[in-house]
Ligand binder design. Structure first.
Ligand code: NAP
Length: 497
């Protein structure tokens, strides 16, 4: 069950949001009365309430907004209980002062906005002793392993326990809480009005992640990277899983660089069966892989992991997706054509990161002369040495007589949509221009290339293809690529010329 927290300054907004949420199917809401500006009028929000509530009046010291007198707060909590509210949220110190009364269930809670303490089990035992119907622990995740520690506690507790980690590292624990036996998880009314770090909205929890369908049998997938909050992969993979009615969920895992090995050790216990891999882990995951495909071998980078028995198998769908996109634009059938169809062509690749590595490798295999240019020349030189091609200074990129131009830098990506890695007047109609940036689809480079009549490949094409290939690796079935494209375009806005 998802409990939606409402935190508004005015009583009438609290009432209106509550009514709206119940109409949308919310079964439980938390009224965060500490958000009310001025005097709290309990009767006003409780009389004629459309559904069950948790009453919470969180003090500033516990991460809330209430800064009035403690006696008045305790009085409000007692009154809420006397009014017969369904749940009341009591911090450890007040839980000891307020006795059980009537049918109101007691949530005894503890929040730690700095860390997930080592002594979770002790803290839990302390709270459970305070005549708790539900123990609630919300702590900040500083490391991905904190999520697993918290979820283990939820699973092993005798007492019903709502336990999750806050912060964007903690988001997966909010989504998996029910899988481990948590009676509910918290969401916010709107994704732009989070009341706690890492919180998702009711709509995201329900429509993207299908929270209420996640059970112990649900297979977990996800994307690992840092940062990860803006990744669109959860949106499109979950839409595809949902359309195929698969008992699978795809989560965003923010994994700091140094936490990668520990996270991969924890993955199976979290129910993880497959992962997409993004910056900064594509090369680092190599160490953990037992089995790799040819593209991973050739690029020394993987963007997909499948958990096969005790082994991790690595794939590079960026490579295949980029080459299929390119071949599509050139109307070449990669299966039947000469594999070196770019022989005699010069390809200028801008950037020297993971995308440049996969695409540079692919272009070389298809016979092109590849030239790399990137902001940091040492990085371009190192990649060129690895791939067996040439690197030039970023400032001399216009001197290369490029037949194929590939942007593998983030230049032009939202919100810096006025940037381009390659000035328009250097573009020639004979060029094929491939921009890997996919948000927006019509980057400035794509618009310029179209206006100069170049052949164009967009990042959306590559993004959908790499995701569709991952889907096939995750499920064994063909991906609903058109649906994935539609969902992506809806999220980033329509393609504009
Ligand atoms: P990455 O590993 O961080 O590499 C980015 C490269 O771009 C680095 O060489 C970086 O240079 C260079 N760069 C960054 N800012 C620059 C600037 N202002 N001027 C010149 N060079 C600059 O990232 P990645 O994984 O390769 O991804 C790069 C881009 O490809 C991203 O925008 C991503 O959206 C896109 N991509 C798309 C797909 C798809 O499916 N469509 C898949 C993967 C990636 P430094 O070494 O100096 O930092």
């Amino acid at each position: 069950m998802i409990c939606v927290s409402i935190g508004r300054g005015r009583h009438r907004h609290v009432i209106a949001e509550h009514k709206h949420l119940v109409e949308q199917g919310a079964q439980l809401v938390e009224l965060r009365l500490d958000y009310i500006n001025g005097q709290i009028n309990l009767k006003r929000v409780l009389t004629d309430r459309p559904g069950p509530v948790i009453i919470t009046i969180r003090r500033t010291q516990d991460g809330g907004k209430y800064n009035g007198g403690e006696d008045a707060r305790v009085m409000l909590l007692r009154t809420a209980i006397a009014e017969g509210v369904e749940y009341v949220d009591l911090e450890e110190d007040v839980a000891a002062k307020i006795p059980r009364y009537g049918k109101t269930k007691r949530i005894v809670s503890l929040h730690d906005f700095r860390k997930t303490p080592d002594s979770l089990a002790e803290l839990h035992a302390r709270l459970a002793k305070l005549d708790a119907d539900i123990v609630k622990l919300a702590t900040l995740a500083n490391h991905p392993h904190d999520n697993l520690r918290m979820l283990r506690l939820v699973r092993e507790s005798q007492q019903p326990t709502v336990g999750f980690c806050m912060g964007d590292i903690g988001t997966p624990s909010r989504l998996l809480a029910g899988r481990y036996g948590s009676p509910f998880t918290y969401a916010t009314f709107h994704h732009e009005r989070t009341l706690a770090p890492g919180q998702l909205s009711f709509q995201q929890m329900r429509e993207i992640y299908r929270y209420d369908d996640i059970t112990l049998d649900t297979e977990v997938y996800g994307v690992i990277g840092d940062p990860i909050a803006h990744s669109l992969s959860p949106l499109i993979h979950n839409a595809a899983f949902s359309a195929a009615k698969l008992n699978k969920v795809y989560l965003p895992f923010r994994i700091p660089r140094e936490d990668l090995p520990g996270f991969l050790d924890d993955a199976r216990e979290l129910g993880i069966r497959g992962l997409s891999v993004t910056i900064p882990h594509k090369e680092a995951v190599m160490k953990a892989l037992g089995k790799i495909d040819g593209a991973v071998k050739g690029t020394a980078a993987a963007n997909t992991i499948v958990f096969e028995g005790n082994e991790l198998a690595g794939f590079n769908t960026d490579y295949r997706a980029a080459m299929d996109s390119l071949a599509g634009a050139l109307e070449i059938n990669e299966q039947t054509s000469n594999t070196r169809y770019l022989q005699g062509k010069t390809a200028l690749v801008l950037g020297a990161g993971g995308a440049a590595r996969a695409i540079g490798y692919g272009l070389l295999r298809r016979g092109a002369e590849v030239v790399l240019a990137s902001r940091t020349s040492q990085r371009a030189e190192a990649l060129a040495k690895f791939l067996g091609c040439r690197a030039i200074d970023w400032g001399t990129r216009y001197n290369v007589p490029a037949d194929v131009l590939v942007n593998c830098t983030p230049l032009g990506m939202h919100p810096n949509v006025d940037e381009t890695p390659y000035e328009k007047h250097h573009l020639k109609p004979s060029m094929l221009v491939f921009d890997t940036v996919y948000n927006p689809e019509s980057t400035l480079l794509v618009k310029d290339a179209r206006s100069r009549s170049c052949t164009v490949v967009t990042g959306v094409e590559m993004f959908i293809r790499q995701a569709a290939l991952q889907y096939k690796l995750f499920t064994g079935s063909e991906a609903p690529a058109e649906l994935m494209r539609e969902v992506l375009r809806k999220a980033i806005g329509p393609a504009k010329a």
